[in-house]
Write a protein that binds this ligand. Structure first.
Ligand code: G
Ligand code: G
Ligand code: NA
Ligand code: MN
Length: 254
């Protein structure tokens, strides 16, 4: 209840911020993109994790203004880094299914990006399969429109919940993000390795790039590399970082 009443004031008084986690290309070893992850610096409670307030924001509808703020702030960060002379990279934001239920979602996204002077190619949207629960045809149409605008699209958290291969037939996405549960225990679990290996083959045959999330150890990285995964994101390289620390890391590894 306290968190719920604190959400609007928090947005008004700039308590939200974005952290950025690098995505690393496995062939070159370079950072090529960043995922923006929302943080709430609460004046009393300290850092409130997104898992605690995003469900509340979704239930109350606050996710709509909050999601718009996230996209706008990510665009502004892209411009700030550009002004600092950082090599160009794309930044992804996570989208909630509630945002996808908005009729004007494409217009909203397009307006924010163009108002902030960012090219659509610099922004990626991370979506989970939940966006198909409500009205799959509507969602598909929206995804096609977003792709046509030039945005990159990722299917996030693949392999959790009710992941279905049927989505992969029809969804116009660029990246498949394998959930961290795939990586957990992969070193000792031969069957997991075989599922991982097979999913990479399926994705590649569908012209999708594979991003593995949650890579924490060198042993995990070896296995992933052995199965031709395209890129990784995980604590092995870096946790999500505040913008300045991300920029520092990116300068060294771009
Ligand atoms: O770092 P991590 O604890 O950041 O994120 C926890 C969860 O919160 C993840 O599932 C992530 O997708 C979600 N999340 C983080 N930032 C955002 C955001 O800006 N919008 C939405 N909808 N979800 C987010
Ligand atoms: O959007 P998504 O649900 O994929 O959010 C990614 C979540 O995973 C965030 O909470 C992020 O902080 C977290 N994360 C990123 N790298 C790692 C990692 O290597 N290990 C674990 N356990 N979590 C990670
Ligand atoms: Na994500
Ligand atoms: Mn994910």
């Amino acid at each position: 209840v306290m968190l719920e009443s604190g959400l609007y004031p928090a947005l008004e008084s700039n308590q939200f911020m974005l952290y950025y986690q690098p995505k690393v290309d496995l062939e070159s070893g370079r950072i090529y993109a960043a995922e923006a992850l929302l943080r709430w610096k609460h004046p009393e409670f300290g850092m409130v994790p997104p898992m605690e307030f995003i469900p509340i924001a979704e239930k109350t509808g606050f996710i709509i203004p909050l999601g718009e703020w996230v996209l706008r702030e990510a665009c502004r960060q892209v411009k700030r880094w550009e002004k600092q002379g950082l090599p160009q990279l794309s930044v992804s934001v996570n989208m909630s299914m509630i945002q996808f239920q908005q009729k004007n979602i494409v217009h909203t996204i397009q307006s924010i990006i163009s108002e902030e002077g960012v090219r659509p190619q610099q922004i990626e949207l991370e979506l989970t399969e939940s966006i198909f629960m409500d009205n799959p045809d509507h969602t598909l149409r929206i995804l096609h429109e977003l792709k046509r605008l030039g945005l990159a699209l990722s299917l996030d958290d693949f392999g959790t919940g009710y992941s279905s291969l049927s989505y992969l037939q029809s969804v116009p996405i660029h990246y498949l993000k394998l959930d961290k549960s795939f990586i957990h225990d992969i070193v000792s679990d031969y069957r997991k390795q075989m599922i991982f290996k097979s999913l990479v083959v399926i994705a590649h045959n569908l012209d999708l790039k594979v991003v593995t999330e949650g890579v924490e150890t060198a042993e995990e990285l070896d296995i992933i590399k052995g199965h031709q995964c395209d890129s990784v994101q995980g604590y092995l390289y870096s946790p999500p970082l505040p913008p300045d620390r991300f920029a520092e890391l990116y300068r060294k590894h771009s």
